[in-house]
Design a protein around this ligand. Structure first.
Ligand code: FE2
Ligand code: FE2
Length: 365
């Protein structure tokens, strides 16, 4: 298995399995593409479809094949029919749970932008941003950043899947937003790269996917949600609604995150990712609600309720994520999964060994 040329940009190494389904997928992906057993995942019925580790890692393993792939995994797995069938089974469970969770938000007479504003105004989620601004210690802040790195190191990519599926005003608005997210084509301004600097300043691994193994199901669910919406053309309305809700709830929390890092003594290199979003997303939220979602619904009126479903689903899963972090910290626990045990040192002769520096401590202990 060869090392990637630059592990900052992926692909990531395959994560550790979290149950029988993800174990079967990880094991299969290590080998050349082949048919999986037909009954794999047919009896999938998790008690909680938002916190089931095996379900969400399995989905994440499948989805990543459409982003950067996995290190050492044959790229043809991306369209292997039996793996796609397994993914579809997992998606049905996840999507059904999402629809049970948020229902079908009604579209107000004033239009879809007004509907988005109502959903955002009613979003009384746990005060994660306030906690990070005022009270979180460095360990907790590092945990938060590790969770978010799963998305931010590929920031904007899931929503870019909407581009070839749109035309007209909605497409122009999405391009305007995504252009900012990708730094107007300047590497040092790409939001993913700004976030990499935050990771670096906090002493965390900056490699693409470096924190997937310690990210619990609910964190993977926030990512799987975007991939589910992004990879299905039929869910393009939900994808745009998700992006709009994301932008409309970004500016104030990002100000708080930046202030939290300043409180902990970090400099403007560490806070720049968050500072950048305070201004940018105040603009993006207008473009997203009125030009992008409004433009989509003017062209395709039947998609209005999908837009609101996507927004409501994004807000709801984010509330579950925030509650997980706050509940973990209130109970004195880490919000991350346990890191992998350190690799055993190789068995070597004790004779004539050169001096070796002690191994660096794990990133998150
Ligand atoms: Fe961004
Ligand atoms: Fe934005």
């Amino acid at each position: 298995m060869s090392e990637p040329a630059d592990r900052r940009y992926g692909p990531a190494t395959l994560p550790r399995a979290r149950g029988p389904l993800s174990a079967a997928v990880v094991e299969a992906l290590r080998r050349p593409p082949h048919d999986l057993p037909a009954d794999l995942g047919v009896d999938l019925d998790p008690a909680d479809p938002f916190t089931d580790e095996d379900l969400h890692l399995t989905l994440f393993l499948c989805y990543e094949l459409h982003y950067r792939g996995w290190l050492g995994v044959d790229e043809s797995w991306e369209w292997q029919p039996t793996l796609l069938a397994l993914r579809a089974r997992c998606e049905r469970v996840f999507e059904a749970a999402l629809r049970r969770l948020v229902g079908a938000p009604p579209v107000p007479a004033a239009g879809v932008a007004a509907g988005l504003a109502e959903l955002v105004a009613a979003d009384n989620g746990p005060a994660l941003a306030v906690t990070l601004q005022r009270r979180a210690d460095l360990t907790q802040f590092r945990e938060f950043v590790a969770h978010r790195s799963v998305y931010h190191l590929r920031e904007a990519d899931p929503h870019s899947w909407a581009l070839p599926r749109l035309g007209g005003p909605a497409k122009a608005a999405l391009v305007e937003i995504q252009t900012d997210e990708y730094g107007n084509g300047r590497l040092d301004r790409m939001h993913a790269e700004l976030f990499r600097r935050t990771l670096d300043r906090l002493g965390l691994d900056t490699g693409y996917g470096a924190h997937v193994d310690v990210a619990p199901a609910v964190t993977l669910a926030t990512n799987n949600l975007m991939s589910l919406f992004g990879l299905h053309r039929r869910l393009r309305g939900a994808l745009l609604g998700h992006l709009a809700a994301f932008e409309m709830t970004s500016s104030l929390p990002n100000r708080r995150y930046g202030n939290g890092l300043r409180r902990l003594g970090f400099d403007e290199v560490a806070t720049r990712f968050y500072d950048e979003h305070v201004e940018a997303d105040a603009v993006h939220e207008q473009i997203a609600a009125h030009d992008m979602c409004g433009g989509l619904v003017r062209a395709e009126p039947a998609l209005a309720s999908d837009v609101l479903f996507g927004a409501a689903a994004g807000l709801a899963v984010d509330r579950l994520f925030a509650a997980h972090l706050l509940d973990s910290w209130a109970a004195g626990r880490s919000s991350l999964r346990a890191p992998a045990p350190p690799a055993l040192p190789p068995r070597v002769s004790l004779v004539a060994l050169p001096a070796v520096a002690p191994p660096a401590p794990p990133a998150l202990v």
